[in-house]
Design a protein around this ligand. Structure first.
Ligand SMILES: *[C@@H]1O[C@H](CO)[C@@H](O)[C@H](O)[C@H]1NC(C)=O
Ligand SMILES: *[C@@H]1O[C@H](CO)[C@@H](O)[C@H](O)[C@H]1NC(C)=O
Ligand SMILES: *[C@@H]1O[C@H](CO)[C@@H](O)[C@H](O)[C@H]1NC(C)=O
Ligand SMILES: CC(=O)N[C@H]1CO[C@H](CO)[C@@H](O)[C@@H]1O
Length: 208
């Protein structure tokens, strides 16, 4: 009697450890958002979402892939003059003026076909002053046309020095910035879970 209780206890403990293990694996594989860099990003998106709420437009959900791309573009703009992009007119689906666009898309493991609806909006503001940034986006007609449009529901934000890059897009197959490789990552995760589950059932089988 005591013996079987002990066994039950130890297999209970074991399953707790296994649960913890699976949990930490999942934590490790989830994309870690850089907390310290995030402040300006959340501020801008928060301001823009407030603007959109007032206009009764859907808010823009921050998504990882567009943010990755926005950061890469901001890195490439770092040594450009502010004036270079003063009269920049974004055109969804073609981004000839964005430096290294194709390369950055590849680096972020995004299927280029899912970026067609994306609107890329770079802005140069000294010290990325929050109020100036907000008015640059919402009072600068090249961009407001897009920010006023209800079809956009996801966003990515990245910055470097005086450059802010805001990307907005649709959450559809022509705009969700998805990757073919995420399937592979998913498959690997599934593979791990399967192995752990098998291991666990063998243990349970042995202990019974
Ligand atoms: C995009 O849409 C899918 C399916 O409706 C949803 O699961 C996902 O959370 C959405 N992504 C964002 C960033 O809103
Ligand atoms: C993107 O679309 C083009 C044309 O439809 C197709 O040839 C290409 O294979 C697609 N690329 C990916 C990565 O799906
Ligand atoms: C965007 O919406 C605001 C508020 O309705 C309006 O003042 C502004 O003219 C609009 N801009 C464009 C380009 O549609
Ligand atoms: C593109 C654009 O309109 N940029 C403006 C953003 O705001 C600064 C002031 O902070 C202006 O100097 C830029 O012309």
């Amino acid at each position: 009697m005591m013996h079987s209780i002990n066994l039950t206890m130890s297999s209970f403990k074991l399953s707790l450890y296994l649960l913890l293990f699976v949990f930490s694996l999942n934590l490790l594989s989830s994309p870690v958002t850089s907390a310290c860099r995030g402040e300006k990003v959340t501020d801008l998106l928060h301001d823009i979402n407030t603007y959109r709420k007032v206009l009764n437009l859907p808010i823009l959900e921050k998504a990882n892939k567009p943010s990755c791309l926005a950061n890469k573009i901001a890195d490439d703009l770092e040594d450009k003059q502010c004036l270079d992009f003063h009269n920049y007119y974004p055109s969804p689906g073609s981004n000839p003026k964005i430096p290294n666009f194709q390369k950055s898309v590849e680096k972020c493991k995004i299927n280029i076909n899912t970026t067609k609806d994306g609107v890329i909006m770079p802005v140069c503001v000294p010290k990325l002053d929050q109020d100036n940034l907000f008015s640059n986006y919402t009072k600068y007609s090249h961009f407001t046309k897009y920010l006023n449009n209800s079809k956009y529901t996801i966003a990515g934000v990245g910055y470097e020095d005086d450059w802010m890059v805001l990307i907005i897009s649709t959450n559809t197959s022509s705009g969700d910035f998805s990757s073919a490789s995420s399937l592979i990552v998913g498959a690997w995760k599934g593979h791990w879970l399967l192995m752990i589950a098998t291991f666990f059932s063998v243990i349970v089988f042995l202990f019974n």
